[in-house]
Ligand binder design. Structure first.
Ligand code: 3PG
Length: 220
């Protein structure tokens, strides 16, 4: 598939998701439980970060047990991690920032990639490689909605997944921006709920997020 086709697919995945939970897992079992609770609440597109030793096995396990859930590998920092994620069945790749060597590897990947960037210069470099669907990170620190809005003028083709400090209170405002396809975050997975096995709370928070997306799409 060409990078253009893969980016079209990335746009479709993110627009369809609207809210993408960011998962950091301690174990395979915990990852499966998180994925189930989120999916039951209506969120079926996930970013699973490669920040813990269990991450790669959890990604593989979720893809095997729940093929209807789309799982992106997140916090991909190297070409090797990108390849390992592809090998275990990741549906797409997400990075928090994208140095040139990583961007070039992602541009050759056989699955969609959503490279992270924080400045116009970085987005322009990614767009030169064919990326127009990128992660704005860390969105809230960069100016939040105003940052997304300011990028829309000069970089009209760019479409964003805004992550970093986004929460239930701010999600709708981000989604109202025409260049924001999706917001990502971990607000529906606070550590205390995970530690106490409060999956009903995760499910309810996911359901609220899904409602925010439905409302934003209805209004759009
Ligand atoms: C990310 O990597 O996208 C962030 O960790 C987003 O989640 P947070 O804002 O809830 O930390």
């Amino acid at each position: 598939m060409t990078i253009e086709a893969l980016q079209n697919r990335a746009e479709q995945i993110l627009r369809n998701a609207g809210v993408m939970p960011v998962l950091t897992v301690d174990s395979v079992d915990q990852g499966l439980r998180m994925a189930d609770a989120l999916a039951e609440g209506g969120l079926k597109t996930l970013e699973l970060t490669l920040r813990t030793p269990a991450a790669m096995s959890a990604l593989a396990a979720i893809k095997k047990a729940r093929p209807d859930i789309l799982v992106g590998a997140g916090t991909v920092l190297s070409a090797d991690q990108a390849q390992a994620s592809i090998d275990v069945g990741a549906d797409f790749l997400v990075t928090p920032g994208t140095p040139a060597v990583l961007a070039e590897a992602l541009a050759k990947a056989p699955i969609p990639a959503v490279p992270g960037a924080a400045t116009p210069t970085e987005f322009i470099a990614l767009m030169a490689l064919g990326f127009r669907v990128c992660k704005l990170f860390p969105a809230s620190v960069l100016g939040g909605i105003a940052m997304a809005r300011n990028l829309a003028g000069p970089l009209a083709e760019l479409r964003l997944c805004a992550n970093g400090g986004v929460n239930e209170a701010s999600a709708a405002d981000y989604l109202a921006e025409p260049n924001v396809l999706c917001v990502g975050g971990s607000w529906m997975l606070p550590k205390s709920w995970l530690a106490n096995g409060e999956w009903d709370k995760v499910r309810n928070s996911a359901a609220k997020a899904a409602q925010i997306v439905a409302k934003a799409r209805g209004a759009g």
